[in-house]
Design a protein around this ligand. Structure first.
Ligand code: DON
Length: 597
């Protein structure tokens, strides 16, 4: 039987046998006693609004703003500033990110505040005279820092859709920085883990290592330098960060200590408004719409391409090797295309329409052997094309992508009116470049998301990417961050996203499949075990709580498998289709927190 015919047969079978998947209406996929004892079994339910983030204090800051009459965007900006204080590993004002907004009236917008390469950056800046990549230079220290976008992006989002003033939504963050907050065991452990890296930089050592004395759980962590900077921003707006005293402090540090960013780079930084990517799926009599992230995120294209490949393919759950196999094969093909085609859309021609077309997805689905693993040696980037347009002869550039690294943070917000925000922002690595500005905040190492040397993996993510993602002044490095939402019959249904480098795409995709295709409850959709495949290396990475028998079944199909503690940290919100209640589902893998009212 031809592969194409077999895929069609499966689709036909699906229509008859697969149980109805209503998204949050169906029985929980995981039995409650399947998950570790301290994981929540149920989502947090609330009638009005909900914020789900990595940190309780961050979620509380957002809810405080909702209660004061702010909308979801006001709350998201408040949460982002608060996380910059209480989650220094990833929350930030010295990095960049994406914010996906859907208003209750149906308008959608994507705020792109990704960092850009400074004017003095150059294509081969990390390659030594010996032709070798300096692997540390793009991840630790001053040369790894790209021009931050967070403050400009948050201000733009607030000005576009918020109801409150910047000073109002920043108040919780200023309070947390000035008066301090109790150091959690998580934070104390992270700072200990990062001690060697952070102590190389005097301001990092002073602020985050308590001048070498280190913080213990329960200590109060005050950040007076950050509080002063936040107050100046609250007073003068983003102009303070890009033209004011903060800009001068950043540029002075750079000049003294070997960084590239100048006052001019900061003055020229611009966040962008982009159109969201959208796709729709008819399932069990319901119309589902996916609203997701456009380039320079690679994730939205990947999620739609994967969902298209899996359209009509039966999925039973992640204890079923056949289902895992089909999703892994979709991931493999999507990641091959990611590596070849995705880059900053302001400078590269990214074939978004072709990559997300159903006709192209059908061609890719037809290459999947229903019983056996494909080999990534044979699966190359495809030739994407919109329906009705024949494929050109041009082949994609070859590139490969591997592994992930920590750390980034995703949070979701839904307000009482039904406005929603999905936002992922990052310093790239845990604690970014480990460089702390004299102005009191950590700076990113986002330069490592570029193709640092053609044909050689970049340091943090082990990514080999195409030339379209080469370093050039003003370019945005390619990202995997994928804030995403689902609508069911035109109504907001699910808000999701994750950190995790390339595993962001897999974790976000699985949360969407769990909710939309498998009908899991919101918390079950987050608790369910995750797996990841990114084309190269040709390995299925699986969380440790998958059963040995499932792994054996995958091995029998020809897969190489590897276990990992956890993949992604998805902080999501569902909406109960019957009651309209907000269902906060924070990721228990690293003690996320959903707070509602
Ligand atoms: O934008 C990106 O794709 C990366 N800078 C994200 C890094 C990341 O998620 C690491 N965190 N776990």
């Amino acid at each position: 039987m031809s592969l194409q015919f077999r895929v069609v047969c499966v689709a036909a079978t699906l229509a008859v046998f697969v149980p109805m998947a209503h998204g949050q209406a169906a029985t929980e996929y995981r039995l409650s006693n399947d998950v570790p004892g301290d994981w929540p079994r149920q989502p947090v339910r609330a009638a009005h609004g909900m914020v789900a983030s990595d940190e309780e204090l961050g979620s509380q800051a957002g809810v405080e703003i909702l209660k004061r009459g702010g909308n979801a965007v006001d709350a998201a900006v408040a949460t982002a500033f608060a996380l910059a204080v209480v989650e220094p590993a990833a929350g930030n004002i010295g990095g960049g990110g994406f914010m996906l907004v859907r208003l209750a009236d149906g308008r959608t917008t994507f705020f792109d505040y990704r960092e850009v390469a400074p004017g003095k950056a150059s294509r081969d800046m990390y390659i030594g005279p010996d032709g070798k990549l300096d692997k540390l230079a793009s991840v630790v220290g001053y040369k790894s820092i790209a021009v931050p976008g967070t403050v400009a992006g948050l201000e733009l989002a607030l000005k576009t859709y918020g109801k409150l003033k910047l000073s109002e939504v920043m108040a919780p963050a200023i309070h947390l920085a000035e008066d301090g907050f109790p150091v959690s065991e998580k934070l104390a452990r992270q700072l200990e883990d990062q001690r060697t890296e952070l102590q190389q930089f005097s301001v990092s050592r002073h602020i985050f290592l308590n001048d070498g004395k280190m913080f213990r759980a329960g200590d109060t962590f005050r950040q007076p330098e950050l509080a002063a900077t936040l107050k100046r921003i609250a007073r003068n707006g983003a102009a303070e960060f890009y033209h004011g005293e903060t800009a001068k402090l950043i540029a002075d540090d750079m000049q003294r200590l070997g960084g590239l960013i100048t006052l001019e780079d900061l003055a020229h930084y611009q966040p962008k408004l982009r159109q969201t990517l959208q796709a729709s799926y008819d399932l069990d009599g319901h119309k589902w719409e996916v609203i997701t992230s456009p380039p320079p995120s690679s994730g939205g294209v990947a999620i739609i391409e994967a969902l298209n490949i899996l359209r009509g393919v039966p999925l039973k759950g992640w204890e079923d090797a056949e289902s895992v196999h089909l999703v892994v094969e979709a991931m493999r093909r999507v990641f091959a295309d990611r590596a070849a085609y995705l880059a900053d859309p302001d400078f590269a021609k990214v074939p978004v329409e072709g990559l997300t077309s159903d006709c192209y997805a059908k061609e890719l689905a037809a290459t999947i052997d229903l019983r056996h693993a494909s080999s990534s040696q044979n699966v190359k980037a495809g030739v994407p094309h919109p329906c009705g347009v024949s494929t050109s002869n041009s082949r994609a550039p070859q590139a490969i992508s591997l592994n992930d690294g920590p750390h980034t943070t995703h949070f979701s917000v839904v307000d009482a009116a039904g406005n929603a925000v999905a936002s992922t922002y990052t310093l790239n690595a845990y604690y970014g470049s480990r460089v702390t500005s004299t102005a009191g905040f950590l700076l990113n190492d986002e330069m490592d998301d570029f193709t640092t040397q053609p044909g050689v993996p970049n340091t943090l993510m082990g990514l080999m990417q195409s030339d379209a993602n080469a370093i050039a002044p003003g370019h945005r490095p390619l990202s995997s961050m994928t804030p995403t939402m689902l609508l069911r019959d035109g109504t907001l249904s699910f808000v999701t996203g994750s950190p995790g480098g390339p595993t962001i795409i897999s974790a976000t995709l699985l949360s969407v499949l769990n909710w939309m295709r498998l009908g899991m409850d919101a918390q079950a959709a987050i608790n369910a075990p995750r797996f990841h495949h990114q084309w190269l290396p040709d390995v299925v990475v699986m969380e440790s709580d998958f059963s040995a028998s499932l792994e054996a079944a995958l091995n029998a199909q020809g897969y190489t498998t590897r276990r990992r503690g956890h993949i992604g940290l998805v902080n999501a919100i569902g909406v109960d289709p019957k009651t309209g209640e907000r269902l906060g589902a924070a990721d228990p893998r690293d003690k996320g927190s959903a707070v509602g009212y």
